[in-house]
Design a protein around this ligand. Structure first.
Ligand SMILES: Cc1cc2nc3c(=O)[nH]c(=O)nc-3n(C[C@H](O)[C@H](O)[C@H](O)COP(=O)(O)OP(=O)(O)OC[C@H]3O[C@@H](n4cnc5c(N)ncnc54)[C@H](O)[C@@H]3O)c2cc1C
Ligand code: FES
Length: 363
């Protein structure tokens, strides 16, 4: 009541890019969530205040910042009124400038209740989770992600679709989820068979997806990062794209390998005039094991086996990377050094609380 009287906790209006249309931002909701639920093509990736993709400039009005923007925005940007939409609640009506990725309305983010229908162990620390969502309207595009949450979880967690949406069984969503020691969601998930448990499911989120330029696709993933890359490659198969693709999967040892069957299906269905190569690279496999494949870091293998041999000219290729942030940062550097344009490198960083300065917002 007091909030209402003093004007603090009220729905607010955001006028976007001087347009006559304005967006209602409910009290307690962040600007990005409200925009995505209204179908605006607002750029975003992590939704956790880390990547700065959702940045926008407030030209009038006041916001409340949920996290410290200084870790991702420069002092000059802060002075000019730039904020992170995913971490901004409105304290007044505002006017805001943002470079939307499309003027067309997008699939609006929607919230569902789902049920875990299957959990299948893929490796010692990765499961395939199938969630049944009975009234699923539209799952988004390959490469995007959903937010999953069980009753009692501090804040929802993000998980990439592990299949192209049109390859899913009706009303199903597939995810590859890795157990993170000490992690709130994954320790809960792995503690017992959760089949039959209800989850809140919100989707679709994220800007990672297939881009239809020409030239070979160089895909790199580690751990559960195979999910979004598999989805993008499946979409490329469905579209029968006319380009070669190389997928390097980095793992520690043979016990971390999975997904060969899905990769075999992609290889068989790839456009017949072009090549698809899937290569597993191990960096901690015991020296004396029977592993006959490549060893070391995926990026070193890319250089030695494909760049130096001139199999691929990186300047003509497009990069798709997915997995833990340190792996992605290292791979982006290597791809750029080898001549790939930064604009042709697309990635999905699997951030968790340990990779966020100050921990997970809202937790
Ligand atoms: C866009 C996106 C897509 C993703 N897709 C996938 C996917 O397809 N598959 C997948 O497996 N993962 C994915 N992730 C990661 C996923 O969202 C979770 O972050 C991950 O599963 C860990 O969640 P958790 O709750 O188990 O761990 P968290 O609770 O986030 O904890 C992670 C680690 O941080 C430590 N920690 C907790 N709090 C702090 C703190 N304050 N400071 C330092 N350390 C702390 C914990 O002990 C633990 O070791 C994605 C992430 C993003 C952003
Ligand atoms: S989407 Fe807002 S900082 Fe990443």
């Amino acid at each position: 009541m007091l909030w209402g009287l003093f004007g603090g906790k009220r729905d607010r209006q955001a006028r976007i890019n001087n347009d006559s249309d304005s967006l209602t931002v409910p009290a307690g909701k962040d600007l990005l969530s409200a925009a995505l639920e209204a179908g605006f093509a607002w750029p975003h990736d992590c939704r956790q205040g880390n990547c700065s993709t959702c940045r926008c400039r407030i030209t009038s009005g006041k916001i409340k910042a949920r996290t410290d923007f200084e870790t991702v925005l420069t002092p000059a940007e802060l002075k000019e009124g730039w904020v992170l939409a995913c971490q901004s609640e409105l304290r007044s009506d505002i006017e805001v400038e943002v470079e939307l990725t499309s003027e067309e309305p997008q699939a609006a983010v929607a919230h569902y209740r789902g049920t875990i229908s299957r959990m299948t162990s893929l490796t010692h620390d990765i499961v395939e989770l199938i969630v049944q969502v009975s009234d699923l309207q539209r799952a988004g595009v390959a490469g995007q992600y959903a937010e999953l949450s069980y009753d009692g979880l501090s804040v929802p967690r993000s998980y990439s679709f592990a299949k192209a949406p049109s390859n899913e069984e009706k009303d199903e969503l597939s995810f590859y989820i890795r157990k993170v020691p000490g992690g709130e969601f994954t320790e809960w998930l792995f503690a017992e068979d959760r089949t039959g448990t209800e989850l809140k499911v919100s989707l679709p989120y994220g800007g990672f997806r297939y881009h239809s330029e020409s030239g070979p696709m160089i895909c790199i993933a580690g751990g559960s990062g195979m999910s979004a890359i598999r989805a993008v490659l499946e979409q490329a198969v469905l579209d029968q794209v006319e380009r070669d693709a190389l997928f390097l999967f980095g793992a520690r040892t043979q016990q971390d390998l999975y997904g060969e069957e899905a990769m075999g299906a992609i290889r068989r269905q790839w456009h017949p005039d072009y090549s698809f190569e899937y290569v597993e690279v191990l960096n901690m496999e015991p020296e004396d094991s029977d592993w006959a494949g490549p060893r070391g870091m995926v990026t070193d293998h890319l250089k030695a086996a494909y760049v130096e041999s001139k199999t691929f000219d990186m300047a003509a290729c497009q990069g798709y990377l997915c997995g833990p942030p340190p792996m992605i940062d290292a791979a982006v550097e290597v791809l750029k050094t080898e001549g790939m344009s930064g604009e042709q490198i697309f990635f999905d960083k699997f951030l968790d609380a340990s990779s966020m300065p100050g921990g997970r917002p809202g937790a």
